[in-house]
Design a protein around this ligand. Sequence first.
Ligand SMILES: CSCCC(=O)C(=O)O
Ligand SMILES: [Fe+2]
Ligand code: NI
Length: 177
Amino acid sequence: MTSIYERITHQSVKGEQISPYLQKEGIYYERWSADRTPAFVQEKIAFSEEEKERLLAVYEDDVIRFAAQKGYTNWDIAVLSVDTPEMLQKFGSLHYHKEDEVRVVVGGKGVFIIKSLQREGYFELEVSIGDVVVVPQQRYHAFKLADDRKFAVIRLFTGEAGSVTYPAEDLSFHVKG
Ligand SMILES: CSCCC(=O)C(=O)O
Ligand SMILES: [Fe+2]
Ligand code: NI
């Protein structure tokens, strides 16, 4: 269930407060139907290439519509878990991109840690299957797994470079909070 936790104020934001909160923070958010998830997504941590293709296929119509609507030109699927320490390390470090970070959650749960526009510090956005999130270019953020230790997303890009990661410096940031 989507939720927000403000690290500085220790406030939580849930339910219908989520959309207005993210709008004020400049984070695009929408919900897609999550009732199309193939059974293997719940049962496994790592997916075969064939399973990744199957997962992309069940979202393909929505992905094509969304890409056309927002001008994204290509997409792929990324699966993070305790079995992908290098990706966890890379995305767990504070960073930004020079294009939007566009993620459709198609498996598991995850936490985006995003630098607030409204106040000092960072807020944590926990997302799950069906959540669509766009972290705008240049925005400082990081990522960590949630309690079910795996996270599968469809990533949409505007350029061939994909989402190149640029390290960000902020001494007040700690991925654990
Ligand atoms: C793998 S989705 C979220 C992690 C992230 O910040 C990124 O992909 O750049
Ligand atoms: Fe990122
Ligand atoms: Ni520290």
